[in-house]
Ligand binder design. Structure first.
Ligand code: 6PG
Length: 240
């Protein structure tokens, strides 16, 4: 779906969040969502915090997870948690235990294992069961990465673990990320993509040429996949 601009994309995503949350809470008594990081979703989270949207949400029944995190403390400028804290969490009333932060400040492999345990506990999973997130938001890097699944990353080949830690050469930094099995088991996956710099990778993936890109491997096994794209990120795709 092509949206006019980031504001239009954020509104569309916020409407989807509310609709899915209300439906999941009625059906399952709970809404489990994984938030994406980076800069694009900041406007969405700020919109969700407004009374127009937050007033429609029972945050006591919403479990907020993260799709990925930079291995930095939660108050670090690079922290996805900090971005969500500033744009959303600081403006809503949500039980602390409903916010599941990836521990970017501890040793990466231990942080990944700890987060996996937290997911298993919250979803009450049996040994080999995958969590089924009601909604996962994802971003897209201009290199085709999504969450912190970067091209050629070993995390892309992970078939068992729910969460992985990975060292990202280009950033000389460690990251934590949900793995493809976890992501692809979601009921709804929505990409939030804005900016002219993404136009080439969007076109390549949606035209089926970029199928080695990590984002191209996001294919829900039993769920819906939506690409929300701003006009500048859509470029001439669709006119081709
Ligand atoms: C992160 C994100 C990452 C992001 C893309 C797009 O931790 O950075 O999870 O996957 O979504 O890099 O980032 P922008 O929205 O800043 O373009």
């Amino acid at each position: 779906m092509v949206c006019r601009d980031v504001e239009g994309l954020s509104r569309r995503a916020a409407e989807q969040f509310v609709a899915l949350a209300q439906q999941s809470i009625v059906v399952r008594g709970r809404f489990a969502v994984a938030l994406s990081g980076g800069s694009t979703p900041r406007a969405l989270y700020s919109l969700l915090a407004t009374s127009e949207f937050s007033g429609q949400l029972d945050w006591r029944k919403i479990q907020l997870f993260f799709g990925d995190e930079r291995c930095v403390p939660p108050d670090h400028g690079e922290s996805n948690y900090r971005m969500v804290q500033q744009s959303l969490l600081a403006k809503i009333v949500i039980p602390r235990e409903n916010v599941h932060r990836m521990l970017g400040e501890i040793e990466p492999a231990k942080a990944a294992a700890t987060y996996e345990d937290e997911i298993r506990k919250t979803f009450a999973l049996t040994a080999n069961q995958l969590p089924r997130f009601d909604l996962i938001f994802l971003g897209l890097g201009d290199d085709g990465h999504t969450a912190s699944l970067f091209p050629a990353s070993s995390a892309l080949r992970e078939t068992q673990a729910l969460v992985a830690s990975t060292y990202v050469e280009k950033f000389q930094a460690h990251r934590l990320t949900l793995t493809l099995p976890t992501i692809n088991n979601a009921a709804q996956i929505t990409f939030l993509i804005a900016g002219q710099t993404k136009a080439a990778v969007v076109k390549a993936i949606l035209a089926g040429q970029g199928n080695e890109a990590p984002a191209a491997r996001v294919q829900p096994t039993e769920g819906e996949l939506t690409w929300l794209i701003t006009a500048d990120a859509a470029g001439d795709f669709g006119n081709s």
